[in-house]
Design a protein around this ligand. Structure first.
Ligand code: OAD
Length: 249
């Protein structure tokens, strides 16, 4: 793989790297992406019927049971070489912030210590009615939404659905990290879902170096200083091995 020497120098000089990831970083862990034309979650399931408040109100069992299926898929997944290389980046660079749209928890499982999960985490539950958190699900086979211990409302997965707002505090934090990190690595995202997709643009506007890693072209190519084409599990370890040949695994 051809890695520009300018990029290697930029990585080595960085004291803070922000990493912005989407479903593509977990593709090689066996979790389908959302928008792949054949295997994508939203190519085979209706987002409107499964990932909105209206859908849950209309049929909480259906939505809950679908998320239980999704939890089953995620439960089998293990961090891949990209997640592991990003965790090991903390040995090379003083400060690494992982900002992820993924709900699978694989960055933390790989050992990354600063992970901002913009769209929530599939294992957590909150009450649909009173928003108070409840026990996390550990058995993806249990069916039907449990009742809230406080108000007897129905529990739902603690993820962001279409039409819902992200946590403002979390997004403000992610924005600060994007604007102040020396380099932002954008990995495996179609760059279609806002406001998350604005983070690389904000980084670029703040004068930061932006790198887009994806096997396909995306809207972020236009604002990236460097575009690396390929699967995350191949490109990310190769990039770090090129930048830190003596230290990267
Ligand atoms: P998408 O499914 O929209 O995009 C996945 C991206 O990963 C595409 O650009 C692919 O080209 C790329 N990709 C596929 N295989 C890859 C690989 N092996 N290595 C690297 N990249 C690869 O997923 P997201 O951009 O994450 O929202 O989607 C954003 C949000 O839309 C998700 O967080 C989810 C979804 O609806 C919520 O759940 C709120």
């Amino acid at each position: 793989m051809n890695i520009p020497s300018e990029l290697i120098a930029q990585l080595r000089a960085a004291s803070h790297i922000a990493v912005f990831t989407g479903a593509g970083v977990s593709a090689e862990s066996g979790i389908p992406t959302f928008r792949d034309a054949q295997t994508g979650i939203w190519a085979n399931h209706s987002a409107a019927e499964l990932s909105t408040r209206i859908a849950f109100r209309a049929d909480p069992h259906r939505v809950w049971d679908w998320y239980q299926w999704f939890r089953g898929v995620m439960q089998k997944a293990r961090p891949n070489a990209a997640h592991l290389a990003l965790a090991a980046l903390e040995n090379m660079v003083e400060h690494v912030t992982v900002i992820t749209q993924n709900i699978d928890g694989l960055h933390a499982a790989a050992g990354s210590t600063e992970v901002l999960e913009l769209h929530g985490n599939i294992w957590g539950n909150v009450c649909f009615a009173c928003r108070r958190p409840g026990p996390a699900t550990d058995d993806p086979k249990a069916n039907g939404p449990p009742k809230c211990l406080h108000c007897r409302g129905r529990m739902r997965p603690d993820v962001v659905w279409f039409g819902e707002l992200l946590s403002q505090k979390l997004f403000d934090h992610a924005t600060r990290m994007a604007k102040t990190a020396d380099v932002m690595l954008v990995i495996g995202t179609s760059s279609l879902v806002e406001p998350a997709a604005s983070l690389p643009r904000l980084a670029r506007a703040a004068g930061r170096i932006v790198v887009n890693i994806n096997p396909e072209a995306t809207a972020h190519d236009a604002i990236a200083h460097h575009v690396l084409r390929g699967a995350a599990a191949v490109v990310v370890p190769a990039l770090f091995a090129a930048a830190w040949p003596d230290r990267a695994a």
